[in-house]
Design a protein around this ligand. Sequence first.
Ligand SMILES: [Zn+2]
Length: 235
Amino acid sequence: MPANKRKAFLLAILALLFIAVLFSPPDKVYPELNPAPWENMPISVYIDDKNIPPHYSPSYRVQVEKALEYWSSGGSGKLGYIPEFEIVEEDNADILIMWVENLQKDAGVPEGVAGFARPYEVNGRYERVEIVLEVGNYQGYSWRQYGDANMREIAKHEIGHALGLGHSTDRNDIMFPTYDQKDDINPLLVQKTLPLIIAGILLGLALVFYHGGGWLHSRKKRERLEEDIFGEKDK
Ligand SMILES: [Zn+2]
């Protein structure tokens, strides 16, 4: 490829890189999946402590109630509204909370995920959110049941999702993904990382192209030099 064409190609890639970086949103914005997911207050919550796995502890329900209180009394301060909850006994509630023995085994989620929240969104509002919590996980080869404090933290985190919050990059924030890695429910994360992935691919292409082209170029130069010196082409 002629040098001026190569230069134009490189310039085009640099321009694309610039655009990709320009359109990637700032990293430090606190992720909010939905700033106002619930239309009416209070939000009804059904805690299913009837269909329970073998290692369910009766104290878990109390931990979920405490996690709800955490958010209704201000939570991490990152919500733009104060939620009110009403615990109901019908399973057609706004938020449904249930337990399974092990998420990896019972719901096919990746290893290390302790809970997940699955929001059903209609016209920008949450119609319903299902929260599934596991009661324990494997640590090495042995299965360990979660203690109450652990269950409370997992519940707080998942309820945070049900209230419209995404993951935090702050390790001390309850929305930091320590207990679950259910990143695939977070559309913001994809938006944020996609331009970076594209930029990475373009940069890789540019490097390969540049070095590849440079190498070809220098080989031709060497061949010409050899021709001059030895009077004939090497091959
Ligand atoms: Zn999460």
